[in-house]
Ligand binder design. Structure first.
Ligand code: SAM
Length: 213
């Protein structure tokens, strides 16, 4: 994303009421933070927030938290939230590596991974968001029947993600190698910024939904 030159993005985020600044203080208390007992869903690597905001509009009785590593990117989502405040969204700037420090066991109902960075070098495989290292973290914070939805146009990353499930404690609930052509799975599909871009270039979109065994 070419957003590196947004000046003072860190400061602007620091002043935003939509961003949770000390999320570790809210561990185990996220429903209190939202002021209701609705389920909480997480998008990791949310980018500019289009997907999350659309879900939040469609489902006011579900709470959404967006996690994004870079303040320059998160700032775009903050600016959109200022235009259209949605009470069921919170944003966090952090590296998802540390999610178990901010959510307690079973606190999350579902996790979305959209067009995650591929980290093509083998030695960086553990940084890929659908890697087994991350699956262990997701397992800790997801509730009993919690699910993960992952989509990408990157064939290698998707194959890797499928292989990571072998011998694991996850089962595939649904899978497609062409989301936009799949009658069933495309029904409630919400497009992300990257999805819009890559599908318009003719790339098929791969998606799985997995559930804890
Ligand atoms: N999900 C958006 C979409 O589909 O349009 C953005 C996709 S972009 C390729 C991946 C995003 O994930 C980037 O904004 C990146 O900064 C963020 N990201 C990658 N690894 C992350 C991590 N470990 N923790 C938090 N965010 C991460």
């Amino acid at each position: 994303m070419r957003l590196r030159n947004v000046t003072g993005s860190r400061e602007m985020i620091a002043g935003s009421e939509y961003v949770v600044h000390e999320p570790e203080m809210i561990k185990g208390k996220w429903q209190e933070e939202f002021g209701n007992v609705h389920p909480i869903r997480l998008e990791i690597g949310m980018g500019k927030g289009r997907f999350l905001m659309e879900l939040a509009r469609r489902n006011p009785r579900i709470n959404y938290i967006g996690i994004e590593k870079y303040s320059t990117v998160l700032l775009r989502a903050v600016q959109k939230m200022e235009q259209e405040p949605l009470p069921n969204i919170r944003l966090i700037r952090m590296d998802a590596e540390h999610i178990t420090e901010i959510f307690s066991e079973g606190e999350i109902d579902r996790i979305y991974l959209n067009f995650s960075d591929p980290w093509p070098k083998d030695r960086h495989a553990g940084r890929r968001l659908p890697s087994r290292q991350f699956l262990v973290r997701y397992d800790q914070i997801l509730q009993e029947d919690g699910m993960i939805e992952f989509k990408t146009d990157n064939r290698e990353l998707f194959t890797f993600a499928e292989e990571e499930l072998e011998g694991s404690s996850w089962k595939i609930v649904q899978i497609t190698y062409d989301l936009h052509a799949d009658e069933e799975m495309r029904k409630d599909n919400v497009m992300t910024e990257y999805e819009e871009r890559f599908s318009s270039m003719g790339n098929p979109i791969y998606k799985y939904i997995i559930q804890k065994l």
